[in-house]
Design a protein around this ligand. Structure first.
Ligand SMILES: O=C(O)CCC(=O)C(=O)O
Length: 271
């Protein structure tokens, strides 16, 4: 869980950098699973540096990465910030091909969108010109959220010209940020290795629930968007919940209600 100071920083600025969360053994496991997960997902289309590779890491090839979502170090932090019934939403691995333009993952108006926390970690040292995550502190809240958006759209400023905090990180570090925070990266080489896992506030109001359903309708297209049209968003292995985790079962039920399991490939698995 976050200390009082980290909790304050997160609430005010929308992010916190957690140093050396993973030890050497955990990192070695993550590195191996990262390769296994992405290689299995892209056996038909090996990485050539031209298009980002993305895969869910909840499957059989990535048991440790999948376990992070239910790891008390992280979900209790998510509970501390977004409520007891916070939803474990997913975990992934990425091979990037270059910069990432400024964007928030969600709009800052909870009436118009859903919200939550992303834990992001890079498997190589990253800095200001080598693909570190950069964020505009405080931009998870109105009115700054809106103003940053207007400026990014209106101006011809290059990614590094928007004033920001660069979350330099070493393998083992983690950046935890509010999904409404404006963020980007600059200068990373092709094949930059980055992983995340995400929790959402469990939508309570009808508007927030509607926004989450819209998000689900877009999310279930992710595998097709990343060249794996026949893969379900959630791997059967995770949905089977073989150890009977009550926490995971609650998430699976709620994800189903919200439409995240609606892809034809997932329905096939659940039948
Ligand atoms: O590392 C990057 O290029 C950006 C990552 C990002 O935008 C995200 O995880 O939402």
């Amino acid at each position: 869980m976050l200390t009082d100071q980290q909790f304050d920083q997160y609430n005010t600025f929308g992010f916190v950098v957690l140093r050396q969360v993973f030890g050497p053994d955990e990192l070695a496991t993550i590195e191996a699973e990262y390769e296994d997960g992405l290689n299995a997902a892209y056996a038909h289309k090996p990485f050539d540096g031209s298009k980002r590779h993305w895969t869910n890491t909840l499957g059989a090839e990535t048991p440790f990465m999948a376990s992070l979502l239910e790891d008390a170090r992280f979900y209790k932090t998510a509970q501390q910030l977004y409520g007891e019934d916070v939803l474990g939403m997913g975990a992934d691995a990425n091979r990037y091909v270059g910069h990432t333009a400024w964007h928030p993952d969600h709009n800052a108006d909870p009436k118009k969108d859903c919200y939550g926390i992303k834990f992001a970690y890079y498997l190589d040292p990253v800095g200001a010109r080598t693909g570190a995550l950069r964020v505009v502190p405080g931009s998870h809240k109105f009115p700054l959220h809106q103003e940053v958006g207007d400026t990014v759209k209106r101006s011809a400023l290059d990614i590094p010209d928007i004033p920001s905090y660069v979350c330099e990180s070493m393998p083992g570090d983690m950046v935890a940020f509010d999904l409404r925070l404006w963020h980007a990266s600059w200068g990373g080489s092709a094949g930059r290795r980055m992983c995340t896992f995400v929790y959402y506030h469990n939508p309570a109001e009808p508007e927030e629930e509607a926004a989450t359903r819209n998000r689900a309708a877009r999310s279930i297209k992710a595998t097709a968007q990343y060249d794996r049209p026949n893969d379900p968003l959630y791997p059967p292995h995770w949905l089977a919940n073989q150890n009977g985790s009550p926490l995971r079962q609650r998430w699976i039920r709620r994800l189903g209600e919200l439409g995240f399991l609606d892809s034809p490939a997932t329905e096939e698995v659940l039948r």
